[in-house]
Design a protein around this ligand. Structure first.
Ligand SMILES: [Ca+2]
Ligand SMILES: [Ca+2]
Ligand SMILES: [Fe+2]
Length: 639
C-alpha cells in the first residue's frame, strides 16, 4: 500500500515537472516568406578553408573548391618562435603567393631555407611540437574583396615531399578554471580530422575515451593556485600524430583566497571593410591587441560581454565558423588563461522574413538557435537555470556563475531568445525583446546574489551581461530602458489556446527588480555591460534619477513621464559599460538620459580589475598605446 502511494506520488512529480510540448513552438509562425540572409556570410566554409588535398616538393595544396575565388596567400610559421614568447602569434613572410581558381600551393619549402627558418625546423623532425604554419588568405571574387581568412596546418617533411598531418585548428584552450573546484580544469581543442586526444599535464597524462573533432579532457588532482605546463596530442586512425607547443597555465586559488587581476572586454564584431580588420566577422587587429595586452597585464581571466562576431546569421554553420575564428584570434591568451564569454545580440541565428524586417530566433532551438550554437562553441560553467518552458532555447553556458578566490562572477544573458531589434515582432509573434530578462532567469540571478551574500568566502561580486542596464549612447532606445517604456515585455504562445501571453512585468519593472537585488548586496563591486561601442561608468544609487514604476507613469500609458530616484536601490553600485573591442566607435553625446556617467569615452579598449585584499581597483585601458583613460581606486568605497 505504502509503495503504491509512493508510486503515485512519483508519477505525479514526474508528470508535473516535465511538461511535454512535443514539437510545439512558443511563437506563432509568421505567414511571411523566409529570406535566406546573413549580415555577414563567410565566403568559404570551415571545410573549404581547411581542405588540403595533397603535398608536393614545394608545400601543401589548398583547394577551396570554388573556382571563382582568387587572391593572395601569406605564410607564417606558427606559432612564430613559440618557445620564446608566451603569447602565440603569426609573423608573416613578406612574399605572397597567388591563389587562383580557388587553389594555391602553400609554400613550405621556403621555411627550410636559413632566411626564413626562425623556428629552427629540421628535416624529418620527430620530437617537440609538430611543424605548423598559419596561412592567411586575402580573397576576392571578380571585382569584390571578400576579406581575410586564416587557418593552420601541421605537416611532416622527409626532405623531398610535404605531407599533411592532423592539425589543431582550434585551441588548445584552458577552461573551467575556478575556485568552485580549484583541483580541476578542462583542456579543449579542435582538430580538422577525426582524432584521439591526449593531454600531458604536469607530470601526468590524460587520454580521451573517444575519437572526435572536438576534444575535451578533464584534468584533476591539481593543487590550487599552482602553475602547470601542458601540451596536447592527437592521433588519426592511420597513426599520424600532431603535438602542440607546451603552454603554462595556473589553477584557481581556494575559495576566499588570493589577490588577482582580470579583464573585461566586449564587442569585437566587424564587417568586410578594409585593411587588417576585415577578418571573418571580427575586428582582428583590435581583438588581438586587447587579448595580448591582457596577458601582459597578468589578467588571470577575461570576461567577454558578447557581440564577439558579426553573426546575425541565416544558418548555424556560418555563425559557428565565425565563433571558431574568434577563438583563433584570442588563442594566444586562451592557451594560457581562461576566457569566459557570454552571448550578445549578434550571436543570433535567425529566421529572416521578407517585407517588414521581421526576424525570429531560428528553430528548432535545440540545434539551430544562437543559444545552441554558442553552447556548442564554448566550454563555460554548466550551472544555468533550467528554462521554465522547455519549448524555449537553453540558458546553458550563456547564464552561469563561478567563484575565483574571494570573487563571485555572475554572468547573465539579456540577449536571450530575441526578435532582433524589433520589440513589435515579440508582441506579434512571440519572443523576448533585446534587454528583457525573463522570470526564470531573474529568479536565478536573485537567488545567486543572495547565496553569494551569505557565503563568507565571497567578498566581492561582479556581474556581467550584454545590453546596458543603464544605456547612455546609441542604445537608449533598447538596452534595459527603451526610453522608459514599460510596455516592452516578452510574449509566449500558450500551448493550449495558441494565443500569445504577455509576461506579467514590463522591462522597467524587471530592470528595477534586477537592480534592487544588486543594490541590496553589500558585495557587488560592479555590473559590467556592453553593446554601446565605447565606455561609460555610472554610479547608480538611491539618489540617481532612474524611474519608478508605476509612480512615474503619471498618465497610465505604461511609459515613464518622470524619473524619480528609486528608494530600493539602497547601496550605490557602479554600472560599467565597456564595449571597445573593435566594433567601431559610437559618440558619447546627444542622447538624453536621466542618469549621467562620471566618465564616458569612445576610445577602443577594455577594463582591468584588480581584486586586492581590502579593495577593488579598476582601470580603463584604451587607444593604440594602451593608455590608462579612467581609473577608480576602489569600487567598494561607495558602499
Ligand atoms: Ca559547451
Ligand atoms: Ca506615461
Ligand atoms: Fe550588441
Amino acid at each position: 500500500m505504502r509503495n503504491t502511494v509512493r508510486g503515485f506520488l512519483l508519477l505525479f512529480i514526474v508528470l508535473s515537472s516535465a511538461v511535454s510540448y512535443g514539437d510545439d513552438l512558443p511563437v506563432i509562425v509568421p505567414e511571411l516568406a523566409l529570406v535566406p540572409y546573413s549580415v555577414f556570410q563567410n565566403a568559404v566554409t570551415s571545410g573549404q578553408l581547411n581542405n588540403i588535398v595533397g603535398g608536393t616538393e614545394e608545400g601543401l595544396i589548398l583547394d577551396l573548391n570554388d573556382p571563382k575565388l582568387s587572391g593572395q596567400v601569406y605564410m607564417s610559421q606558427y606559432p612564430f618562435e613559440g618557445k620564446e614568447t608566451v603569447y602565440d602569434y603569426a609573423y608573416y613572410m613578406d612574399e605572397a603567393v597567388k591563389l587562383s581558381e580557388g587553389k594555391a600551393v602553400l609554400p613550405l619549402a621556403d621555411f627550410y631555407k636559413s632566411k626564413y627558418n626562425a623556428n629552427a625546423w629540421v628535416k624529418g623532425e620527430t620530437s617537440g611540437a609538430t611543424p605548423t604554419v598559419e596561412y592567411r588568405l586575402r580573397l576576392f571574387k571578380p571585382g569584390k574583396l571578400l576579406g581575410l581568412y586564416a587557418s593552420r596546418v601541421s605537416f611532416g617533411y622527409d626532405g623531398h615531399t610535404f605531407r599533411k598531418l592532423p592539425t589543431v585548428i582550434g585551441g588548445p584552450y584552458v577552461t573551467k578554471v575556478s575556485s568552485d573546484d580549484p583541483t580541476t580544469l578542462e583542456i579543449v581543442w579542435e582538430t580538422d580530422e577525426l582524432c584521439s586526444g591526449k593531454v600531458n599535464f604536469g607530470a601526468k597524462s590524460y587520454d580521451e575515451s573517444s575519437v572526435s573533432l572536438s576534444h575535451r579532457v578533464k584534468i584533476s588532482g591539481l593543487t590550487p593556485d599552482s602553475v602547470y605546463d601542458y601540451y596536447v596530442e592527437s592521433a588519426s586512425s592511420d597513426g599520424r600524430i600532431v603535438r602542440s607547443e607546451t603552454y603554462s597555465t595556473r589553477t584557481a586559488p581556494a575559495k576566499g583566497q588570493g589577490t588577482f587581476t582580470f579583464a573585461y572586454a566586449s564587442d569585437s564584431y566587424d564587417d568586410v571593410g578594409g585593411g587588417g580588420k576585415t577578418y571573418m566577422g571580427i575586428n582582428r587587429d583590435i581583438l588581438d591587441q586587447i587579448s595580448a595586452h591582457a596577458l601582459r597585464s597578468e589578467a588571470e581571466f577575461i570576461l567577454f560581454g558578447g557581440d564577439l562576431v558579426m553573426g546575425y546569421s541565416g544558418d548555424k554553420e556560418n555563425l559557428d565558423f565565425q565563433l571558431q575564428a574568434w577563438k583563433q584570434v584570442v588563442s594566444g591568451y586562451w592557451r594560457n588563461r581562461p576566457i569566459y564569454p557570454t552571448i550578445g545580440n549578434h550571436e543570433f541565428v535567425w529566421n529572416y522574413y521578407e517585407g517588414d524586417e521581421t526576424v525570429l530566433a531560428k528553430w528548432p532551438y535545440s540545434t539551430d538557435s544562437g543559444e545552441a550554437v554558442f553552447a556548442e562553441a564554448f566550454n563555460n560553467p554548466e550551472n544555468a537555470p533550467v528554462v521554465s518552458d522547455s519549448r524555449r532555447p537553453t540558458y546553458q553556458e550563456s547564464v552561469y556563475s563561478f567563484q575565483y578566490g574571494p570573487a563571485m562572477v555572475i554572468c547573465f544573458n539579456n540577449a536571450y531568445w530575441t526578435t532582433g531589434f524589433s520589440d513589435s515582432a515579440a508582441e506579434m509573434y512571440g519572443g523576448c525583446p533585446l534587454g528583457y530578462i525573463m522570470e526564470d532567469q531573474l529568479q536565478w540571478i536573485e537567488s545567486s546574489l543572495s547565496k553569494a551574500e551569505s557565503d563568507t568566502t565571497v567578498r566581492y561580486i561582479f556581474l556581467f551581461g550584454h545590453t546596458p542596464v543603464f544605456p547612455y549612447t546609441k542604445h537608449v532606445a533598447d538596452g534595459m530602458w527603451y526610453m522608459g517604456n514599460n510596455n516592452i515585455r516578452a510574449y509566449t504562445k500558450n500551448a493550449e489556446t495558441g494565443k500569445l501571453e504577455a509576461a506579467s512585468q514590463g522591462i522597467i519593472e524587471v530592470r528595477n527588480r534586477f537592480w534592487k537585488a544588486i543594490a541590496q548586496s553589500a558585495k557587488v563591486a560592479a555590473v559590467f555591460t556592453s553593446h554601446e561601442h565605447g565606455y561609460h561608468r555610472t554610479l547608480i544609487s538611491n539618489t540617481t534619477p532612474v524611474g519608478v514604476f508605476p509612480d512615474d507613469d503619471t498618465d497610465g500609458d505604461g511609459v515613464l513621464d518622470k524619473y524619480s530616484p528609486n528608494p530600493d536601490f539602497v547601496r550605490p553600485v557602479w554600472h560599467i559599460m565597456s564595449a571597445g573591442a573593435g566594433s567601431g566607435p559610437y559618440d558619447t553625446k546627444g542622447y538624453p538620459t536621466p542618469w549621467t556617467p562620471e566618465k564616458a569615452s569612445s576610445q577602443y579598449g577594455y577594463v582591468l580589475v584588480h581584486v586586492e585584499n581590502n579593495k577593488v581597483s579598476m582601470e580603463l585601458i584604451g587607444g593604440v598605446a594602451g593608455e590608462v583613460l579612467d581609473r577608480v581606486d576602489d569600487l567598494m568605497s561607495v558602499k
